[in-house]
Design a protein around this ligand. Structure first.
Ligand code: ATP
Length: 242
């Protein structure tokens, strides 16, 4: 069964038709990368999957439950869907570990002691246990992004959405974040990533989705598609980024 099932969804911003009938299935353990030109709708698609953006038509199911805007258990459903953004959005006045603990306490109502233990486990997973008590401004951008990943992981999501998580980083810090994501993929985490890192898309993902003008223009095995793009648009896109 699909963990995330997206069926013919449409999204408009005013007159702008941004998602034009997207259908996509993600099974447990899949690593899906979404690529495409700026403005093709990648981020919007990702944001619909945890209800950050509502949809105008179609349906999204996560773990068998339909995601409907405004429904009262949207919050419960969102707990199943973790998200990491381009900007790390850590609270500067809280230590790294406290940033990770926050949602565990506030959203899940977990006791401070238990939240601390869970946050430490998540910080350990991203290789930052020793930075638990550091403040965000004492960390590099790559480390801050790893804290943001730990914050999402600590909530034990069923699927992790990553929206251009390396785009705000200096080039030399990109790999340390990608390595963490790669490790999660190796451990069987279900991941849906919007990325401009084509090598990562090719080497790590099970499925490549190429978006073009609000549609899934091509999708399939990344290793195959990068060598044999089936459409002139994907071919041109690959050339433009390589
Ligand atoms: N909140 C919004 N209000 C109005 N228009 C929006 C909004 N969010 C996105 N758009 C528009 O929707 C289109 C798709 O945007 P989206 O961010 O999904 O594209 P993208 O493929 O992720 O691009 P990028 O790679 O530049 O992030 C763009 O034309 C964008 O300007």
């Amino acid at each position: 069964m699909s963990l995330v099932s997206i069926n013919e969804i449409h999204k408009h911003f005013g007159d702008l038709h941004v998602l034009k009938g997207i259908t996509m299935d993600v099974r447990e353990g899949d690593v899906v990368t979404i690529i495409g030109r700026s403005g093709s709708g990648k981020s919007t698609l990702l944001r619909t999957i945890n209800g950050l953006e509502g949809i105008d038509d179609g349906a999204i199911h996560v773990d068998g439950t339909e995601l409907v805007a405004g429904q009262k258990d949207l919050r419960a459903l969102r707990l199943k869907v973790g998200m990491v953004f381009q900007q790390f959005n850590l609270f500067p006045h809280l230590k790294a570990g406290e940033n990770v603990m926050l949602a565990l306490k506030v959203v899940k109502g977990i006791s401070k002691a238990e939240a601390r233990e869970m946050a430490m486990a998540a910080m350990t997973k991203v290789g930052l246990a020793e930075k638990f008590d550091a403040y965000p401004d004492q960390l590099s951008g790559g480390q801050q992004q790893r804290v943001a990943i730990a914050r999402a992981l600590a909530m034990s999501p069923k699927v992790l959405l990553c929206d251009e998580v390396t785009s705000a980083l200096d080039p030399e810090l990109v790999n340390e974040v990608l390595n963490v994501v790669r490790q999660l993929a190796d451990e069987g985490m279900t991941l849906i990533m919007v990325t401009h890192e084509m090598r990562f898309a090719r080497d790590v993902s099970d499925k490549l989705v190429f978006m073009h003008e609000g549609r899934v223009h091509e999708s399939g095995d990344p290793k195959h598609l990068f060598v044999n793009p089936g459409t002139p648009e994907l071919s041109a896109f690959i050339q433009s980024v390589s």
